[in-house]
Design a binder for this molecule. Structure first.
Ligand code: ARG
Ligand code: ZN
Length: 877
């Protein structure tokens, strides 16, 4: 059954107040709920509450026990007769936390003897805990009482402010929490168990004293200090950048190793996948430190963009997610390097979102329909959603965007809003109509932006003609033109930016600016620049000003010029990426090497520039990934793409020269430390890249250096980089290092995940056997989402050559495991199944075996709604 955006109706029944009481136990927990109901006088529907897998123990209405004839519980809905406006409904239900392998609702993290209880409610987990109108537009005030055995559950937490605690008989105790802010049910959370804490006092800019508390299991609590630091910085940043303060007396954060997603912004009680909260130099890489910083900020920022202002319905998910990703990206850019951050985000968009938009799973940022909402926590809703906010923010400028956000927050505080509300508030605050951007939210597919330049020497004019076209997607054959802001500059042949004189420019920025934005809002439009002395080189879509694919017939030398001279780090990288893609074409087609030569020459020159940021250099030296390169192919042969990309890098390594690489490696190695300052991180990043390149021209030498680096590594970043070189090289040294790693980190789940992942990157023809060995390892389990993703996710997504075996063995293995996993955890199974995305464009041999594997999976009885929806869309295109 499909849920449709257009079928939205306001709730017939709302809930003013919720009182919940939990009698917590590992095997069974009893939940008593008292709901004070509000009826919409204009609607006449009976009271219907959502509830899944609940054992109903008792039910009373306004204090009277209800006869069986007065209620019905079927198909996940409890229907109750006789309720009125103001009625109080009390239900008591039993649930089974330890048996809950789906990790949705109330479940057990860790072992039954030592683990703890926790909840995950977004999107529809609350209905697995108690009966409720489980939809985000029902906002209620919550009072939550937890009762449990004191020894087994010494720590009892729920969202809101603490409101008393005490002892009970039989070694039990209780704690109560009251949340003064009305909120939707998906933000409910509780945690109970043997956790330890670190604490920090925080005072908001207006003087509210807040206690920040991070909770983790005893072996992990020592790794929470970085997260605490990131949390304080996030809170300060949101005060300064958006004027947003925290609004409760306490803020709790909890780490768990058993979590379906990254983290969850429950009001006053954020819960994190340990992967995004714990950080220590011995088991976390630099990238992971940055991810912790970003996710801590993301969940904190949700307190305003998500919690204070929430979503009317799940179609509006990007209202909170796209906006919060954007805020998180701004924060990370401020904390680190803006251009490196932009490179990272655009690379992610291209790797994860463009393929989604180009295949059978394509959906608009605001989907029109869904069967299972958990399948829509996608790169499109999150990452493309963030790009749409970025475009609008760019349109309004810094001050205008802040004005708009202030209005949005004040107008919708305490309410459930829509994407229209968002654009309207931003527009109203600036007296601008932003509604044309709404089309971006309802149209799927990545627009192709074509740019053609023409220089007229006699007139001294440069005419830039921009046109757009969005290829049809399965559900949307017709596409309309979208407003595309194109930030641009013109360079002369010496690499200097030209002053821009745009014809007919009424809205003109002050004369002679060197960078500006033009908006293409129809199929095609020409922009004429005056007083141009010679044919310029355009630098287009600067900062990636719109989420489109740019097609522009640059000569290789022009891209090389931008790669050498563009002042913006992001755009240098971008020119290099385009040039590398063309170099890839040179190798594939065997027709000419002009792009290949230009790319190698430009990078070899940059390699010698001592003033360049080592981290940027590392990124410049990295060509587009295999997934991105495959997107450019009509028919995809993943092995060929893999081989050609290796060849491309080998050419680059030869052009730079083995000795030069070695010298640079040694210079970088002489700075080895475990510090987290930007320069130390940048050096590690470049060192890793240089070692990877060296491995392509002098494998023996690289293996020896990697062994040394592995043995002497002061941090996980260096250790893992070395292990990756050894594992990929599959030399004898690799075995010893892997055995050592397995032993040394046996007690660190996050490090063990890396041990699994790194081995999925073996060469394509031997990796499958290794995957089978790894899943037989005693440390592997299908019950832990991180472990599943570390093995199957890393293999199927990050090693296309190793997954797409021509005989279909990879597809069959994944399909079989998906069916097993689905019986345990449908959300994780469905997400992993998207690794099949793109199969339609595979070359004929693989196409046939992929289809057979997916067909066989689709034909299995009893698949979850989650997995069914993904597999079915995969087949219908
Ligand atoms: N709102 C969470 C975030 O910060 C994601 C939770 C999604 N969970 C799920 N089961 N779909 O992005
Ligand atoms: Zn989020």
């Amino acid at each position: 059954t499909l849920i449709r955006l257009n079928d939205y109706r306001a709730p017939a029944w709302r809930v003013a107040q919720v009182e919940l009481a939990f009698d917590l136990g590992i095997d069974t927990t009893e939940v008593t709920s008292r709901l004070r109901l509000l009826r919409d006088p204009d609607q006449h529907e009976p009271l219907r509450l959502d509830g899944e897998g609940l054992e109903l123990l008792s039910i009373t209405l306004d204090g009277e026990a209800l006869p069986e004839s007065a209620w019905r519980y079927a198909d996940h809905v409890l229907e109750v007769d006789g309720a009125n406006d103001g009625s109080v409904l009390e239900t008591r239900v039993r649930v089974q936390p330890a048996a809950n392998t789906a990790l949705e609702g109330l479940y057990l993290s860790g072992k039954r003897e030592s683990g703890f209880l926790l909840t995950q409610c977004e999107a529809q987990g609350f209905r697995h805990i108690t009966f409720f109108p489980d939809r985000p537009d029902v906002l209620a005030s919550y009072t939550v009482t937890l009762r449990a055995d004191r020894d087994r559950f010494p720590v009892l937490l729920a969202g809101g402010n603490p409101d008393g605690h005490g002892d009970l008989e039989n070694g039990r105790h209780w704690a109560r929490f009251v949340d003064p802010h009305p909120r939707p049910s998906y933000l409910f959370a509780l945690v109970a168990g043997r956790l330890q804490k670190i604490e920090q006092d925080y005072v908001t800019s207006s003087g509210r004293a807040v206690k920040l508390v991070i909770w983790a299991e005893p072996d992990a609590i020592g790794h929470c200090h970085y997260a605490m630091d990131a949390l304080e910085r996030s809170m300060r940043w949101d005060e300064q950048a958006y004027g947003r303060e925290y609004d409760l007396d306490v803020f709790h954060v909890v780490a768990t190793h058993d979590f379906n997603m990254g983290a969850m912004e429950n009001k006053g009680l954020n819960i994190f996948n340990a992967k995004y909260l714990l950080a220590d130099p011995d088991s976390s890489t630099d990238d992971e430190y940055r991810a912790v910083e970003a996710v801590v900020a993301h969940e904190y920022f949700h307190n305003w963009s998500g919690n204070r202002v929430t979503c009317r319905d799940w179609f509006q998910l990007s209202l909170k997610e796209g906006l919060t990703v954007f805020r998180e990206q701004q924060f990370s850019a401020d904390m680190n390097s803006p251009s490196l951050k932009r490179i990272e985000d655009v690379a992610l968009l291209r790797r994860a979102q463009f393929p989604e938009d180009a295949g059978p799973l394509a959906h608009p940022v605001r989907p029109a329909q869904y069967s299972e909402i958990n399948n829509f926590y996608t790169a499109t809703v999150y990452e493309k959603g963030s790009e749409l906010v970025r475009m609008v923010a760019g349109h309004l400028g810094r001050a205008g965007f802040r004005r708009g956000m202030d209005l949005y927050f004040s107008r919708h505080d305490g309410h459930a809003a829509t994407l229209e509300d968002f654009l309207r508030a931003l527009g109203d605050a600036n007296a601008i109509d932003l509604m044309p951007y709404l089309a971006w939210y309802s149209q799927s597919g990545t627009p192709r932006l074509t740019a053609r330049g023409h220089y007229d020497a006699a007139q001294r004019t440069y005419t830039l003609t921009l046109s757009q076209h969005t290829p049809p997607t399965a559900a949307q054959p017709q596409k309309q033109p979208l407003p595309i802001p194109v930030k641009l500059a013109l360079f002369d042949r010496a690499g200097r930016m030209l002053p821009l004189h745009l014809a007919g420019d009424a809205t003109s920025t002050p004369a002679a600016t060197t960078e500006r934005v033009v908006v293409l809002d129809r199929a095609e439009q020409a922009f004429v620049f005056h007083q141009v002395d010679a044919a310029p080189v355009p630098s287009l879509l600067r900062g990636f000003s719109a989420p489109v694919i740019l097609e522009c017939d640059y000569a290789p030398g022009e891209l090389a010029l931008l790669l050498r001279h563009d002042v913006d780090g992001f755009n240098r990288w971008e020119a290099g990426q385009q040039l590398a893609a063309r170099a890839f074409d040179n190798l594939r087609d065997g027709a000419g090497t002009s792009a290949l030569d230009a790319w190698c020459d430009a990078l070899a020159a940059l390699f010698g520039e001592t003033t360049l940021d080592p981290a940027l250099l590392a990124d410049l030296l990295t060509p587009p990934g295999e997934i991105e390169l495959s997107e450019r192919e009509r028919l995809v042969d993943p092995s060929r793409v893999h081989a050609l990309r290796l060849q491309l890098q080998e050419r680059l390594a030869r052009r730079i020269g083995g000795d030069t690489l070695l010298q640079r490696y040694e210079a970088l190695a002489s700075h080895t430390n475990r510090d987290l300052d930007a320069l130390s991180q940048a050096r590690r990043r470049l060192k890793r890249r240089v070692l990877d390149l060296l491995a392509l021209v002098d494998a023996d030498r690289a293996q020896k250096l990697a062994t040394l680096q592995y043995d002497n590594a002061p941090s996980m970043t260096d250790r893992l980089a070395a292990l990756a070189v050894l594992a990929r090289g599959n030399a004898p040294q690799a075995g010893a290092a892997l055995v050592h790693f397995r032993q040394r980190y046996a007690d660190s789940p996050l490090a063990m995940d890396k041990w699994f992942s790194v081995q999925t990157q073996l060469p394509g023809d031997i990796v499958l056997a290794r995957v089978r060995e790894l899943e037989a390892d005693s440390a592997f389990t299908l019950k832990n989402p991180n472990r599943v993703n570390a093995l199957f996710g890393a293999w199927a997504r990050n090693n296309p050559d190793g997954f797409h075996r021509p005989d279909g063995s990879g597809y069959r293995l994944l399909a079989e495991r998906l069916a097993e996993l689905d019986a345990l955890n449908p959300q994780v199974a469905a997400r992993l199944a998207t690794a099949f995305n793109g199969w339609q464009r595979l070359e004929p041999t693989r196409h046939a075996v992929a289809r057979a594997a997916i067909d066989a999976l689709a034909g299995r009885p009893g698949l979850s709604r989650n997995l069914t929806e993904i597999v079915q869309s995969m087949l219908h295109d």
